[in-house]
Design a protein around this ligand. Structure first.
Ligand SMILES: Cc1ncc(COP(=O)(O)O)c(C=O)c1O
Length: 446
């Protein structure tokens, strides 16, 4: 839809500020088209180069996207807080929300007892800390990652996996650089890549992770970084298999022009063995979040990698935010050390497996193919996302359209299984099967 917002300004800075203000104020909504460069230049009595520069600046900051003959449009989720909500409509009241990609809060370990124990342990208030990483947490991280085959020596702590990835990309790449990302992939990562002014190159994914030919062609296209989700890939549930890891390790071995980032966001919840690529390139990082097994609100991830890469992340954090609160670091350590919590996480992982596999099998029994080897989501390829999302919504189920997850991948919908109960599986599978094969309207015969 073309926007009816009046862009003003006689310099590129003023024009881009005017567009940004329109996005902030909600007059320019996600998906709205901006005027063609020449048309706006004539209207504002400036040169086309001035408007083109303004649009380029907005593109580098991830506020707009230019897509060939579709012209320049506001990105689905631009990185400025708007007063109007983004394109994704909130789930309709009365529908079951399977669109959020969140763990089931009923299965997250309770924090109360650990916070109470910490209150007694911490005692007097802590001032500015001398070490950004609690030594005990660093030690526990090394042991946990080594047990999974990740050679962890240097450790940094970040405010979640995405914060770690942002710091890695910002410290190593420049606007305009290309980044290879999974396609379909995690929408927030695509938003971040755009906000940093980086160019995403999509790498196809199958059940075993990013495909070898896909990574090969991303490298040939000049990717400076590659981001791989180790397990519970969002949205397809892929997990890097032993065979795929071996093929990718052979392909990447020794590449000194590439930053390799692995995102193990599901960690203990993934319930399949980790097959890391860590260390195969000279510049690498492995990020493990605590969000999925222990709770997204802990906002903490541990990060390891080669010495120079970890030093860049830690050094940049030191001159900025400083460190992740040692209160949170102690809390994560307490959760890691607690056998009852480990048991809860194991049971949660089993429960997600049952729901995900149960729904996938129920769909297969109805002739619907769905992907999801690990994690909390199923990805269902569909012909038309809008039709399927609205048909399911009318049947009482809110699922996420895959449009925010895709670059060149085909359409699909993401179903988060975390809140499903056994009794939901058959009716949901029936509804999905119906939504994929809409019944011809009454009155028409073949
Ligand atoms: C692939 C992927 N990485 C990371 C995260 C979240 O990590 P964090 O909460 O640590 O930023 C998610 C959350 O859904 C995800 O899907």
């Amino acid at each position: 839809m073309a926007a009816h917002y009046q862009i003003v300004g006689s310099s590129s800075a003023a024009i881009s500020a005017s567009v940004e203000s329109g996005i902030r104020g909600g007059q320019l909504a996600p998906g709205d088209a901006l005027p063609a460069v020449r048309a706006l230049a004539t209207e504002l009595a400036v040169s086309p180069a001035t408007v083109a520069k303004a649009y380029q600046e907005l593109r580098h900051r991830g506020l707009v996207v230019t897509a060939g003959r579709h012209g320049t449009r506001v990105r689905p989720r631009p990185p400025v807080a708007a007063r109007r909500a983004g394109r994704m409509p909130p789930p309709l009241p009365g529908t079951r929300n399977l669109s959020a990609g969140q763990p089931d809060s009923r299965l997250l370990p309770p924090l109360g007892p650990h916070l109470a124990a910490l209150a007694a342990e911490i005692g007097s208030p802590t001032g500015y800390v001398s070490s950004a990483v609690l030594p005990e947490l660093a030690e526990a991280t090394r042991a946990r990652l080594a047990a999974d085959g990740v050679p962890a020596e240097e450790i940094a702590v970040t405010g979640g996996a995405l914060d770690g990835i942002e710091r890695l990309l910002a410290a190593n790449l420049r606007p305009g650089d290309a980044v290879a990302v999974e396609d379909p992939g995690w929408a927030n990562l695509l938003d971040l890549v755009a906000a940093l002014g980086l160019r995403p190159i999509g790498v196809p994914v199958d059940d075993d992770g990013p495909t070898e030919p896909g990574v090969r062609s991303a490298l040939a296209a000049g990717a400076r970084a590659l981001i791989v989700t180790s397990r519970a890939q969002n949205p397809t549930g892929a997990a890097v298999s032993a065979e795929r890891a071996e093929a990718l390790r052979a392909l990447l071995a020794g590449r000194s022009d590439l930053l390799l980032i692995e995102d193990d966001h599901a960690a203990e919840l993934a319930h399949v063995p980790l097959h890391p690529l860590a260390g195969v390139t000279p510049t690498w990082a492995f990020v493990r979040s605590v969000s999925k097994p222990y709770g997204p609100d802990l906002r903490l991830a541990v990060l390891t990698g080669d010495e120079a890469t970890v030093a860049r992340v830690a050094g940049r954090a030191r001159v900025g935010a400083g460190w992740v609160s040692t209160v949170l670091q102690r809390l994560v350590l307490a959760l890691w050390r607690d056998p009852a919590t480990a048991d809860l996480v194991r049971r949660a992982a089993e429960s997600y497996d049952r729901r995900r596999d149960g729904l996938r099998e129920a769909l297969a029994a109805r002739g619907v193919a769905a992907y999801g080897r690990t994690g909390i989501n199923l990805w269902v390829p569909v012909a038309d996302e809008t039709v399927v999302v609205t048909t399911l919504r009318d049947a009482g189920w809110s699922v996420a359209p895959g449009t925010l997850n895709r670059i060149a991948a085909g359409p699909g919908v993401r179903i988060t299984v975390s809140s499903l109960d056994e009794a939901d599986l058959a009716p949901l599978a029936d509804a999905v099967a119906r939504a994929l094969r809409p019944v011809a309207s009454a009155g028409f015969t073949a």
